[in-house]
Design a binder for this molecule. Structure first.
Ligand code: SF4
Length: 368
């Protein structure tokens, strides 16, 4: 585990051999990811370079460890990994060398001072039967979460299980699994849902915190707007095919091979908010829809109950202002396509007018 809270990130990056050029490239990428004007790159760079390592405690409860995998999976050490690595990650059960009493001691020490650390939580929290379905070191996840998240400066939930309950909370929810916010109502929580969350969004959240000393603006589900502010369907590379009524009808058919729209195959992109099309995965090389599979809606609350069956088609497409379905917008129904397209354009314009900048973003624009 990293420690040494006195050295700055600039010292650590230099020691790790990160060039100034690569560092600035990373800061520019983070500025873009946070949807800030590019002139903020210098401010982000100055803040990240001089920041002291915040103490971070990573708790893992009822989950599949996919978010830890997401944190660790990258083909080569990148600046973003290093930024996360140089956080004083004082406790992470899955990857820490310490075990047993030593690990418990590490958690106690890292969280001794209320308000001095950030907590990251992966996994949901079972509440049925006194919370016995998930225990660590003899304590229930509920008990640990209340203490650690209740006293944290802020808690970042990584993945849909900790953000919304996820798969363990899906009907009939045999363990009474809940999200961190439900388990610890008073805690300051920012949600990064997804199966798993994208580590780029975790890095950007931390960079936002280091730069502005505040968490980013969020939507009604506690998700940062920079990452969950736009709909997958609106940024999708297959969107032109949707608008043209070109749909994949069968896996491996001509349309599938040509990269047509996956709506008919169960894609939930029209009802899902996430920046997957822009940030992508595997060092930005691809993402599920790019690889030929529809979106499953994994960053939406209760998606296991509301967006299944995975290969079942959404009944309606939100955003058009009409109950338009892929069948109605099929090839040959030109009038409907044109109408839906026009309505969509108007709806987008109205939405853009209606939704003002989030508070923290508006303040940033004002300062600029
Ligand atoms: S339905 Fe899915 S594949 Fe088709 S344009 Fe929308 S997000 Fe992309």
């Amino acid at each position: 585990m990293a420690s040494g809270k006195s050295s700055s990130l600039a010292d650590t990056l230099t020691a790790k051999g990160v060039s100034r050029r690569d560092f600035l490239k990373f800061c520019a990428a983070m500025t873009a990811a946070l949807a800030l004007p590019m002139k903020y790159t210098d401010r982000v760079a100055a803040a990240v370079a001089s920041a002291k390592k915040p103490v971070l405690v990573w708790l893992e409860f009822q989950d599949c460890a996919g978010n830890s995998e997401s944190l660790l999976r990258a083909s080569a050490p990148s600046v973003s990994e290093i930024v996360l690595d140089v956080l004083s990650l004082d406790y992470h059960e899955t990857i820490m060398a310490a075990a047993g009493h030593q690990a418990e001691e590490a958690l106690k020490m890292a969280t001794a001072e209320p308000g001095s650390y950030l907590a990251v939580v992966e996994g949901s929290i079972p509440t049925k039967d006194g919370g016995v379905y998930c225990t660590v070191g003899g304590r229930t996840a509920l008990d640990i979460a209340r203490e650690v998240c209740g006293n944290a400066l802020a808690t970042i939930t990584c993945g849909t299980c900790s953000a919304f309950g996820g798969l363990p909370a899906a009907s009939p929810n045999p363990t009474g699994a809940v999200s961190v916010q439900e388990a610890v109502p008073g805690a300051t929580v920012i949600n990064l849902p997804g199966c798993p969350m994208n580590v780029a969004n975790l890095t950007a959240t931390v960079v936002h915190y280091l730069t502005f000393n505040a968490l980013p603006a969020t939507d009604q589900f506690g998700r940062p707007l920079f990452a969950y502010g736009s709909r997958i369907h609106d940024d999708c590379e297959r969107r032109a095919h949707f608008d043209a009524g070109q749909f994949v009808r069968e896996w491996g058919d001509e349309g599938h091979r040509a990269g047509w729209c996956l709506y008919n195959m169960g894609c939930k992109g029209p009802a899902t908010y996430h920046n997957c099309p822009m940030v992508r995965w595997n060092d930005g090389t691809s993402w599920p829809i790019g690889a030929g599979h529809g979106c499953v809606g994994c960053s939406e609350p209760a998606f296991w109950d509301t967006m299944t069956p995975v290969y079942g088609r959404l009944p309606n497409v939100p955003g058009f202002g009409v109950e338009a379905t892929a069948d109605k917008i099929g090839v040959g129904v030109v009038g409907v396509v044109a109408g839906a397209f026009a309505v969509h354009g108007v709806a987008s314009a109205v939405r853009a007018k209606k939704d003002p900048l989030p508070k923290s973003q508006a303040k940033i624009e004002e300062d600029a």
